[in-house]
Design a protein around this ligand. Structure first.
Ligand code: HH2
Length: 274
């Protein structure tokens, strides 16, 4: 039997004092390294290391603080694993320091728009770069998000930003896109995006999807007060992503996600063999 195809699983390693789900838990570099290694043992295909929270209302971190948080963790992980390591940052200087320490992917929630240097830095780094959609900025984005047609507007934004990246010299094979679930979106906006992920897949770039433990799950299930209560909704949304053909899913709960994806893929295989 061949192994059924499933999206890659990107395990989240937050080295922040305030991320919405695990802020403060892995601030120490040794604890973050141990956490990353555990996610690899649980089946992660990529690790995403971040030193600044982008949760709604989060305060920005300084460039120096972010570098001091992520670089030792990326360097330590690089010594232990050959898996791709992504850095979750808006700042080109942090991305460059992370690549020097062994990262090969830049996950930018501002789609290379935070700094005038971002586009040139992404072209020079010559690694994978995730362009994510966000309406507003993390401090204010959930205040009153408004769209005419959320799916069309997010798709048009991602198509336009990928053109801008290509024009700046980013290689086509390095570009990933992400609809940015929860970044300036109501529950209805997030559900519309999740119901139409195929629209993003057909743009022709690998799609990354981040739904793990996010606040919109609580809008559906008010009993899911803490981020740790949202595994069921996270898995259901991840499976929707897999069915639509996304390339990777960014998650806190690696073992559970890998298992759910493997089961969905195996059932699909069995169905295709009659
Ligand atoms: N979500 C968060 C952070 N980075 N990057 C991409 N590409 N897509 C996402 O959906 C995404 C992301 C969530 O914010 P944060 O406050 O950093 O929390 P955590 O890292 O625990 O998910």
């Amino acid at each position: 039997m061949t192994t059924p195809r499933r999206p890659l699983v990107m395990g989240i390693v937050n080295v922040t004092p305030d991320s919405f789900s695990d802020g403060g838990r892995y601030l120490d570099a040794d604890a973050a390294l141990a956490h990353g290694l555990r996610l690899i043992a649980e089946g992660a295909d990529i690790l995403d290391v971040g030193g600044e929270s982008t949760r709604p209302g989060a305060e920005p971190a300084s460039e120096a603080d972010e570098i001091a948080r992520v670089v030792p963790v990326i360097a330590a992980l690089r010594r232990e694993t050959a898996l791709p390591i992504s850095v979750d940052t808006m700042k080109p200087a942090v991305a460059c320091a992370a690549f020097a320490a062994g990262a090969t992917m830049w996950n930018d929630v501002t789609a290379l728009s935070w700094s005038p240097d971002s586009l040139a830095a992404a072209a020079d780094l010559d690694g994978a770069v995730v362009l994510m959609h966000m309406q507003g900025d993390p401090r204010t984005m959930q205040a009153e998000p408004t769209y005419g047609d959320v799916v069309a507007e997010v798709a048009a934004f991602l198509a336009a930003r990928s053109e801008v990246a290509l024009a700046a010299g980013v290689d086509r094979t390095n570009i990933w896109i992400d609809p940015g679930i929860g970044f300036g979106k109501t529950l209805q906006h997030n559900l519309a995006l999740l119901a139409n992920l195929d629209r993003f897949v057909t743009l022709g770039f690998p799609v990354l999807l981040g739904v793990s433990r996010k606040g919109f799950i609580r809008r559906l299930d008010p009993t899911a007060k803490t981020a740790d209560d949202r595994l069921g909704g996270s898995l259901a949304a991840a499976l929707a992503g897999a069915r639509a053909g996304v390339a990777a899913i960014r998650v806190h709960d690696v073992r559970e996600t890998v298992q759910a994806l493997a089961m969905q893929a195996a059932i699909g295989e069995a169905a295709s063999h009659g």
